[in-house]
Design a binder for this molecule. Structure first.
Ligand code: B12
Length: 250
């Protein structure tokens, strides 16, 4: 049995832990790992990229490009729906492995609500945005894909959010986006949350002027910047406390 293996050179374990050679962490590598169901190595790939670049850049670049490859291989018939589904599921698990740690501040940070508009099943962009916002200290309620507008409105009426991020990928979602925005505007107390819209759909810039949103972007780098500006404009959260209220800092 042993003799039938090819004679490979010995692996030097010392080199395995060394720096990753430039050009190794490619979308092609990540796409293959995802379609193999290997969330451990997919997370390792993303983690190494995160050591070099900010989270939003890694998600807009390496990660999105890898999923674009998955889409191209699915569309061309080289990979089936099975490989695409496995890649998507594996990415969800890999993202869990690289989730930023949430310290005590993250639990009391301003609230961002994330939702895919009704009918929208593409949810991986929201999972990425969730991490980018947590990195900034936001508390994040990611409602995931396909959220009916009435339920979004009820959630916003019960939870004081400062930011609402809506995601949509397909052109036919425009009416659903309008419904989500209208429901959110009607539910918010006072000014309500700042609303940003993103996802593959907004690459169609003609849509932008037709919608009542505060910010539109395809990239998480831009979303990161907008969320920082929203957080910076929020009143000091201690200002509302009366003299007899306990100081949460103890
Ligand atoms: C995975 C996938 C699916 C999975 C999604 C699984 C999941 N849990 O999300 C499933 C199988 C459900 C699916 C279904 C469909 N899909 Co699909 N899918 C894809 C695929 C391969 C990858 C998408 C992805 O997750 N990319 C990675 C994420 C991170 O990228 P992203 O979503 O674009 O998000 C980035 C930005 O847009 C941004 N972003 C996202 N959300 C937000 C929000 C805010 C506020 C901001 C600021 C930024 C932002 O941040 C991310 C990082 O940059 C793409 C291929 C491609 N080229 O993208 C096709 C693709 C998007 N799908 C497509 C199609 C046609 C469909 C279906 C109609 C197929 C069918 N016949 O059933 C259905 C529609 C389902 C529905 N009702 O929504 C087409 C869309 C073509 C078009 N533009 O019209 C694509 C492009 C494939 C193709 N080449 O034909 N799909």
């Amino acid at each position: 049995m042993q003799d039938s293996f090819p004679k490979l050179p010995p692996v030097d374990p010392g080199r395995a832990a060394g720096p990753i050679p430039a050009g190794t962490l490619t979308p092609d590598l990540l796409a293959s790992l995802l379609a193999d169901g290997d969330d451990e190595l997919a997370a390792w790939t993303l983690q190494n990229a995160l050591a070099e670049r900010p989270r939003a850049e890694v998600f807009d670049g390496l990660l999105r490009d890898a999923m674009t490859l998955v889409g191209e291989r699915w569309q061309s018939g080289r990979w089936s729906v099975a490989e695409e589904h496995l890649a998507s599921q594996t990415l969800v698990r890999a993202l869990e492995r690289i989730r930023p740690a949430q310290g005590p501040e993250g639990r009391v940070g301003p609230l961002a609500v994330l939702a895919g508009v009704a009918g929208e099943q593409h949810s991986l962009g929201l999972a990425c945005l969730d991490q980018v916002l947590r990195d900034q200290g936001w508390s994040v309620a990611n409602l995931g894909p396909d959220v009916p507008p009435a339920d979004l409105a009820r959630f916003l009426a019960r939870n004081r959010a400062d930011l609402l991020a809506l995601s949509a990928s397909l052109p036919e979602r425009e009416p659903a986006i309008r419904d989500a925005i209208a429901a959110a505007r009607a539910a918010g107390s006072n000014a309500g949350p700042a609303i940003m819209l993103g996802g593959a759909l907004v690459a169609d810039t003609s849509l932008v002027g037709r919608l009542d949103v505060d910010f539109v972007a395809v990239s998480l780098v831009a979303a990161d910047r907008f969320a920082r500006s929203v957080a910076a404009a929020l009143p000091d959260r201690d200002e509302g406390r009366g003299p007899d209220d306990p100081d949460p800092a103890g």
